[in-house]
Design a protein around this ligand. Structure first.
Ligand code: PLP
Length: 436
């Protein structure tokens, strides 16, 4: 690949032999998405190359935000490693600078940054900040959401509700309200009123919530927007009882919707705590919690400990390089423009193919939804799996999502080009026309 920063080639990789040895890897995640997960050996911008040299368009990577193997990111990491990388016990120029730049992306009064290593860690910390602030354990979350896989982030995620074997990991002080879908003919007010009623019920019962956590755009459902006014109503109720509002922007934040934090901005609210990860490190382990100075101080007074590796000089150098690349290559604008173009082209497809009933989301977080019947929204689950398998044969890596696994989650690297968008539409058109 011309200009690729790798100094060596991946050489010949025998994919079959490698897969035969995969027992050593806990392959649950990979095999959740693919019957036969591909072996990838190289990446470049929005392209992935497998062990047999096949090239794919990567539409499911909201982690690698600036694109695979970005030379500037490679250089920034290498240079900070050469200078220094160590634990979080001292102050470092890169860490202070990155924290300042991160805080500057958020509205007042969110000005204090905790750097961690992942989204799950950020969610755990955010929930603990809420508990430290309010002195209360009880937490309210939204069903069908995903917030992470560590003990506490898992406890506020759907996976627990879905899996009886995991029920014991959810403490009785985690409460949930229904997923606030703003589509399928649902009355938006119903969800807000229901959530507010639950907040009041818990307060009246002597267990007011210390924190409410929600994604401001429903990532797991393919980028479904919350009903207008939902967050404002629930935040007000939670705050009236002394609790804090957490916006989990790990999946949809950091520019892929065309603005830094379009999720909560479009709801017209400012949360007390924001969690970020994935895109900010473009594949390097990096997450953050941004909150107010007062809330951060209350946590410190509680005498809690903090991460050793979180906020290392190298992760901060990565964070700075990602911010520079996003700015210099105008990748947010690209997400808005090419994402808008892709959405419009997918909607056109929907006019010709009844199976494709809606295209949720915006920017580079799009969710084409497949149904068997547009009147009843009967999900086309098996069809969506088959469509993804056919797309892969045509060189497009895509994955199903949603409570019925009938929505494609299109969340490509933010450098995704118009030509790549055309290629995705052409491949999907072909699959929907010729069968799956
Ligand atoms: N929060 C949301 C909304 C997510 O989508 C995810 C991951 O998919 C997480 C938190 C957990 O992030 P991580 O996988 O980096 O631990």
């Amino acid at each position: 690949v011309p200009g690729h920063p790798a100094r060596s080639s991946p050489g010949t990789v025998d994919a079959a032999a490698l897969l035969a040895r995969r027992e050593a890897v806990f392959a649950d995640v990979q095999e959740h998405y693919f019957d036969d997960p591909p072996v990838m050996v190289r990446g470049w911008r929005e392209h992935l190359v497998d062990a047999d040299g096949r090239v794919y368009l990567d539409t499911l990577n909201n982690v690698t935000s600036v694109g695979h193997a970005h030379p500037r990111l490679v250089d920034a990491v290498a240079e900070q490693w050469r200078l220094l990388n160590t634990n979080s016990r001292f102050h470092y120029p890169a860490v202070v600078e990155f924290s300042e730049r991160l805080a500057a992306l958020l509205p007042e009064p969110l000005d204090t940054v905790f750097l961690v290593n992942s989204g799950s860690e950020a969610v755990d910390l955010a929930l603990r900040l809420g508990q430290a602030w309010s002195g209360r354990r009880d937490v309210l979350a939204v069903r069908e959401a995903y917030h992470g896989w560590t003990y506490l982030s898992d406890a506020v995620s759907t996976s627990v509700a879905d899996n009886p074997a995991a029920l014991e990991t959810r403490p009785e002080w985690v409460h949930t309200v229904p997923a606030p879908y703003g589509h399928r003919g649902a009355s938006p007010a119903r969800y807000a009123d229901g959530a507010v009623a639950e907040v009041e019920r818990l307060a009246a019962g002597g267990t007011p919530v210390g924190a409410f956590i929600a994604e401001p755009i429903f990532g797991n459902a393919g980028g479904v927007a919350l009903p207008d006014g939902y967050l404002a109503a629930v935040y007000a109720a939670v705050r009236a009882h002394g609790g804090l509002a957490i916006a989990d922007e790990v999946q949809v934040g950091y520019g892929r919707l065309g603005e830094w934090f379009w999720g909560f901005e479009q709801q017209g609210v400012v949360p007390d705590i924001v969690t970020v990860a994935k895109a900010m490190g473009s594949g390097h382990p990096l997450g953050a919690v941004i909150t107010t100075r007062e809330i951060a101080h209350r946590y410190r007074e509680g005498g809690y400990f903090f991460s050793s590796a979180g906020g290392s000089p190298v992760s901060s150098a990565v964070g700075l390089a990602v911010l520079d690349i996003l700015r210099d290559e105008r990748l947010q604008e690209n997400a808005r423009e090419v994402g808008g173009y892709l959405k419009a082209r997918l909607e056109e497809l929907g006019q010709r193919h009844p199976l494709l009933a809606a295209v949720h989301g915006s920017g580079f977080y799009l969710g084409p939804e497949f149904v068997r019947d547009r009147a009843t929204w009967e999900p086309a689950t098996a069809e969506t799996a088959a469509i993804c398998a056919r797309l892969r044969e045509l060189g497009v890596i895509a994955q199903p999502t949603g409570d019925h696994q009938n929505i494609l989650k299109l969340k490509p690297p933010m450098c995704f080009s118009r030509e790549s968008a055309d290629a995705v539409v052409a491949a999907l058109d072909r699959v929907l026309t010729t069968g799956w």
